[in-house]
Design a protein around this ligand. Sequence first.
Ligand code: TYD
Ligand code: MG
Length: 454
Amino acid sequence: MAKGKTTVFFCQNCGYESSKWLGQCPGCREWNTMVEEKVSGKNGGARGNATGRKDAEPVSLGEVDLSEKARMTTHMAELDRVLGGGIVPGSLTLVGGDPGIGKSTLLLQVCRHMAADGHKLLYISGEESLQQIKLRANRIGDFSENLLLLCETSLETVEQTIRKQMPAVAVIDSIQTMYHEEISSAPGSISQVRESTNVLMQLAKGLGVSIFIVGHVTKEGTVAGPRVLEHMVDTVLYFEGDRHASYRILRGVKNRFGSTNEIGVFEMKEEGLSEVKNASEFMLSGKPEGASGSVVSCSMEGTRPILLEIQALVCHSNFGIPRRQAIGMDFNRLNLLMAVLEKRLNLQMSDCDAYVNLAGGMRIVEPAIDLGVAMAVASSFKNRVIDDKTIVFGEIGLSGEVRGVSMAAQRVAEAAKLGFTTCILPKVNVGQIKPPAGMQVIGVGTVRDAIDLI
Ligand code: TYD
Ligand code: MG
């Protein structure tokens, strides 16, 4: 941006920046989204650097001091794992999710546990009154005096309070309500959200205060407009789940301090969120016995194997074009697997409707459930029941071959823990595992081998 320029146009949809007004945004091709905004020289660009250090002397890696960066535990193992082992001091974490999913509840519970640990906590709400927060807190339990509350939307006041109180962790609920005086647009707009996050980042890095930002997901499914925040923060967590079901999944999308494919499973109860330690058991509760089209498969979520039930219903279609529906898995993947079944096994399903549902409402992208899906479809089509104590996993290729998957041993161990006695898995994986006592492992090379077993 040119020096001395005081106004810039921002696209409210994607954050595209332009020096002149445009009818259509070149970034996202939306119309009438460009809004003029004032930019003072102070916050137009980056202020200092992300570490808050003003000196620009380069240092060698050996000189970087790591000793004070011990992580703080939240006393919620599910959350700690998603964070990569606890909260890193001075980190900025974004917790995104649909309204009402439980973000405020989760963070209030984090505050409760950490305050009980003797840390100083600051919970800043721009959405609710102190009374409303107290009502929620009453449901959760007793709180220590170490937790301080503030109802505020002015970012300047928030900044002053954090500087004055110097808490270990501060929670901003939510970033869409924060208001920066120097920016003329309304709270929740792209520039407000971005500038507020920028100020919070400087605070977190400069003071070593860990900050959690709550961000509501827009109707496009992204936090506060497409990706404007994600690149600025250290960690992005999404809180998801069916609002009608009681369980919630916390998913790491970005993490500068740990792996991103970890998930945490929680259950929303009367007295707040409780951790679900045994996710597989939870996912399998309610599985029908002796029903065709029902298969148990296993997916790795980060380092954790999760067993889940795949349900398929294949029935005669009354219309020219059969209906296909996939809930919890990729629709195109289902079509592909059904095409493989038709071609390689001669199952004539072209005049059948097919519905596949991953029970429990989980969304799985791992191809290791392919074999489970194929067997569920075949089981429903042929009306043959697959044994309740059997678990199936493996990736399917286009020529009908069953390909190996990673971490087969962990999957088999998880199945054994839950009382499964038979495991159908890719042939190449059989050599890599030592089956636990009481577990029969059957290696299959093609889908035909697997379907022949039923
Ligand atoms: P909330 O944390 O306010 O959601 P968010 O901050 O993501 O908008 O959670 C709201 C929902 O959680 C609300 O529908 C009520 C429910 N809830 C419980 O079921 N039990 C509880 O103990 C609490 C505090 C909330
Ligand atoms: Mg809330």
